[in-house]
Structures are given as C-alpha cells and as structure tokens.
Design a protein around this ligand. Structure first.
Ligand code: SF4
Length: 254
C-alpha cells in the first residue's frame, strides 16, 4: 500500500482519510478544489458496509480523478469469527482494530520515509471532538480543513447540494451495535440476507448485537425479526433518520 502513496512537491505525504460520510466526502472534494496538491485518498472499510457505500466511494473517486485506497487489514466478519464475540457497547473493539490501529500503522510506516499531513473531516461546529488525533506520532501533522474554513454542518450540506453529491443513508456497518431500531427494521426489510447472517452470528457466538435496556423491543435479532414479520414496525421507522443518521460511531460515519 505505502508504495502506492505519492509524495507532494513539499516533500510530504498528504493523506486524506475518508469514511464516505458527508463530512469526509465534502472535505476531500473541497480540498481538491481550493487547495490542490498531490493528495492520497484512503479509507478503512470493515467489509460490512452496504453496496451503496462502495458505489458512493467510486463516484467520489471519479470526481477526484484519483483512486481511494482501502487500507484495512481485517474485516468485521473475520474478527467476529476469530474472537467468537460480537462488538457491543461494553466491548467496542471493532473501530479500534479495523480502523484506528491499521490507520496508525499505515501512518507510522509512511512517516518513517517522509513527513505526513493527515487530513480529517472534523467540522468547526464540533470543536469538542478530539477525533483521530495522531499528533502524538512522530512525523505526523494533523490538519482539520473544515475547522480552518469555519465550516459547520450546514456548510457541508450546502456544498454537497451545490455539487450534486448525495450521501448514502448508511456509510457504516450494516450490523453496528450503535444502530437504532429503525435501522434494524430497514436492514430486515431491504437486506434480509444480511439480517439472517447477523442472526447466525448471534447464534454462533451466543452474544447479541443489540443492548438490553435501550428500548423495549426484543434483544435477540431472531426475536426482533419475528416482531417485524408480524407487521410491527418501530414508530416512524420508514421515515426515521433517513436523512439524519447521527447515532453511529464518529470514526465510522465521519
Ligand atoms: S460501524 Fe459499528 S460495528 Fe462497524 S466498526 Fe464502526 S462501531 Fe464497529
């Protein structure tokens, strides 16, 4: 992977980290317009994303005229199998093992050969978020362009609207423990094969994706599916969060 990265005129690697979410998408496209240089685009898929995410990544790649390289070394499925456990609110190993550690290792290897600037799509209106701070690593400079530009969420949506870029409803895992009931309902409705696969994983590991106490619906997916099959649907599930999926892990939805 590292041999594919191109070095800029200033002798540095400029790495733009993307998740495919609205913020990293807007940052990558706008950076290319207003601060053009030899950027390298990377993302860390878990292998559990819905097909829409990869269609979106391909479209952004075409707009940028550059490949967006996946740098994950492990998949969510592989790790679940290896650990015989599902990630949940108490055991949040997935983001760290699939995204944060591989990205750190990637930056560490690159920075051993030349300084690296790592661009992250945190906005001006979320100053409280430290988010993916790799500044503790030697040779890594962090840059948050949207904070420099003073861009908040409204600016991101305005920009994406102007350039006619639509963000997929989901850019994170299809079976994330963070997801809301309405998202499980839509997974059951639109991707019954993935829902079944998640049921199988609950059976195999003896664990559940959903967390007790978050709502009054069945915890196990097999029981949840039975409720859905009976015609029960979470309130406003067809519309809920369609354009407002904000409950996910920030690393995974940036
Ligand atoms: S989207 Fe959810 S399950 Fe997937 S890596 Fe992120 S936190 Fe883990």
């Amino acid at each position: 992977m590292n041999e594919l990265m191109k070095i800029g005129d200033d002798g540095k690697y400029h790495i733009v980290a993307m998740s495919g979410g609205k913020d990293s998408t807007a940052m990558a496209l706008r950076l290319n317009e207003v601060e053009p240089r030899e950027y390298n685009y990377v993302f860390t898929p878990t292998g559990d994303e819905l097909p829409e995410l990869f269609e979106h990544i391909n479209r952004v790649s075409e707009m940028l005229g550059k490949k967006i390289y996946p740098i994950s070394k492990v998949s969510l499925r592989g790790l679940i199998k290896k650990q015989n456990a599902l990630p949940n609110f108490r055991m949040r190993w997935c983001t760290r093992m699939i995204k944060i550690i591989p990205y750190r290792e990637f930056l560490a290897k690159l920075s051993a050969t030349a300084p690296v600037v790592s661009y992250v799509g945190l906005r001006h209106d979320e100053q409280g978020r430290a988010g993916m701070a790799y500044a503790d690593m030697d040779g890594i400079e962090m840059d948050f362009p949207m904070r420099r530009w003073g861009w908040g969420e409204g600016d991101v949506w305005n920009y994406l609207g102007k350039i006619n870029v639509r963000i997929p409803e989901r850019t994170d895992c299809a079976r994330c423990y963070h997801q809301r009931l309405g998202e499980w309902w839509r997974l059951w409705k639109n991707h019954p094969d993935i829902f079944q696969d998640a049921i199988d994983q609950e059976d195999e590991t003896g664990h559940t994706f959903r967390t007790k106490g978050r709502d009054t619906w069945p915890i196990k997916l097999v029981d949840l599916r039975e409720k859905f099959n009976e015609g029960h649907a979470p309130r406003n599930s067809r519309e809920m969060d369609l354009f407002n999926h904000t409950g996910g892990c920030r690393v995974c939805t940036l």
